[in-house]
Design a protein around this ligand. Structure first.
Ligand code: NAD
Length: 432
């Protein structure tokens, strides 16, 4: 089957490459000519473990191509996936401009029956909007609109895509459901649960899932704050909570607040959709507010341990919003960098993959070649993103590079008691 993947970013590139791995003929289209040229040269424009191998394997097999020619991609394909960005507008609502543009292009170039699949995270009602756009512009050809939200996580996107917890297909046309089932048929063999529902419910499943996960993260961050006030240890509390099967242990790790390209934007979208529908979603609104407060509280934590900040130098370890990605969108580590700069701190930083992206936003900080170089001459370390490289640091070497053995560990990588025994001034999150 011929598939056209419109949008070749974190989601589109992974989805396109993995669908090619399922045996589909995939053409990935992007309007960013530089990105397509990079891919045509055989390079991968993002850092995502395992992706290069899947891309090159399928390119060699002739099942995966990259182009800026959307018209040709649409004409050749039976299924057209929309995987473009849906960034937040100033009021928190998702900007559907790119989705609309693709729908218009499909209407213009379609040359027969097409299955239009929304992979982007979009509000309920977008499927109907796409349908209307295509109907208004092209009454000649039949088509079906499907919602197929994506749940992959950056950093483990390839394995998440190949072994998902579930596949959600929202459609009203049985023909389209059969096409989607054929596309995802290798996942049947793995007994992956399929949730087949209507378009509106599928669209809402994605927002409801991300909203719920964000609530869980903010909940444990608030518990961590209580722990700090009450001399309790959030790790023990999280373990005790997580063993309850109704709660589960995942997403109970406190930190500097959630970030990334999904949770902040999707919680804002849920809040906006609820408001538009006359039902303010208080839990989500509180989650957004709690997360902002958590992010901004980190500078107080740093000042409480490191003392007066103005004129000092910080070594920030980790800039991406989570390990194993170069994505810095809404990264809590960058919120810390901003607050340090505002407090008059000179920032040195190191990240295994995100320094190129970070440099574009913060050209004025010093980018170090590794953690030890980063610590060199700094007054304190802020561990902001828990890359594996920062989990097993040679603490004696790190301490020797610093002016003072002081660490603010925003990811609770190290044990407070051990750190103090080793002579460190140390603070984690929610650890008594
Ligand atoms: P991204 O910004 O990395 O990629 C989007 C791509 O779409 C860009 O390369 C852009 O150039 C391209 N594009 C925009 N308009 C286009 C057009 N008219 N024609 C061709 N290409 C166009 O975004 P992303 O992180 O891949 O996210 C895409 C969607 O998937 C969003 O709705 C997001 O919420 C959702 N999503 C993201 C993740 C994630 O972890 N990143 C996970 C699940 C769902």
């Amino acid at each position: 089957m011929n598939i056209c993947m419109v949008g070749t970013g974190y989601v589109g590139l992974v989805t396109g490459a993995c669908l090619a791995d399922f045996g589909m003929n995939v053409v990935c289209v992007d309007k960013d000519a530089e990105k397509i040229a990079t891919l045509q040269r055989g390079d991968i424009p993002i850092y995502e473990p395992g992706l290069e191998e899947v891309v090159s394997r399928n390119e060699r097999a002739g099942r995966l191509r990259f182009t800026t020619d959307l018209k040709a991609g649409i004409e050749e394909a039976l299924a057209i996936f929309i995987a473009v960005g849906t960034p937040p507008k100033a009021d928190g609502s998702p900007d559907l401009t790119f989705v609309r543009q693709v729908a218009e292009a499909i209407a213009e170039h379609m040359n027969g029956y097409k299955v239009v699949v929304t992979k982007s995270t979009v509000p309920t009602g977008t499927g109907r909007m796409i349908e209307q756009i295509i109907k208004d512009k092209n009454g000649r050809h039949e088509f079906s609109v499907v919602s197929n939200p994506e749940f992959l996580r950056e950093g483990s996107a390839v394995s998440d895509f190949l072994r998902p917890d579930r596949v959600v297909i929202g459609a009203s046309d049985p023909r389209a459901i059969e096409v989607l089932k054929e596309i995802y048929s290798p996942l049947y063999l793995l007994d992956t649960p399929f949730v087949i529902t209507d378009v509106a419910s599928a669209e809402l499943i994605k927002y409801a899932s991300n909203g719920f996960l964000a609530v869980k993260i903010s909940f444990i961050n608030e518990i961590a704050r209580l722990c700090e006030r009450m001399g309790a240890d959030v790790h023990a509390v999280a373990k005790g909570m997580g063993l309850d099967k109704r709660i589960g242990s995942k997403f109970l790790h406190p930190g500097p607040g959630f970030g990334g390209s999904c949770f902040p934007k999707d919680t804002s979208a849920v809040a906006d959709i609820a408001r538009q529908n006359g039902h303010p979603f208080r839990i989500i609104e509180a989650t957004i507010q709690a997360n902002e407060e958590t992010k901004r509280r980190m500078i107080e934590k740093i000042a409480a341990l490191a003392g007066s900040l103005s004129g000092k130098t910080a070594a920030v370890l980790g800039l991406s919003f989570k390990p194993e990605t170069d994505d810095i969108r809404e990264s809590p580590a960058l919120a810390v960098v901003e607050d340090l700069k505002k407090a008059g701190v000179t920032v040195r930083a190191h990240d295994p993959a995100a320094m190129t992206n970070a440099r574009a936003v913060h050209p004025d900080i010093h980018y170090a070649k590794d953690a030890y170089d980063c610590a060199s001459g700094a007054d304190f370390v802020v561990l902001a993103t828990e890359w594996n490289a920062f989990r097993a640091l040679d603490l004696a070497r790190l301490g020797a590079a610093l002016r003072s053995k002081t660490m603010i560990d925003l990811r609770n990588v190290y044990e407070p008691a051990e750190m103090r025994r080793a002579g460190w001034k140390y603070v984690g999150v929610g650890r008594g």
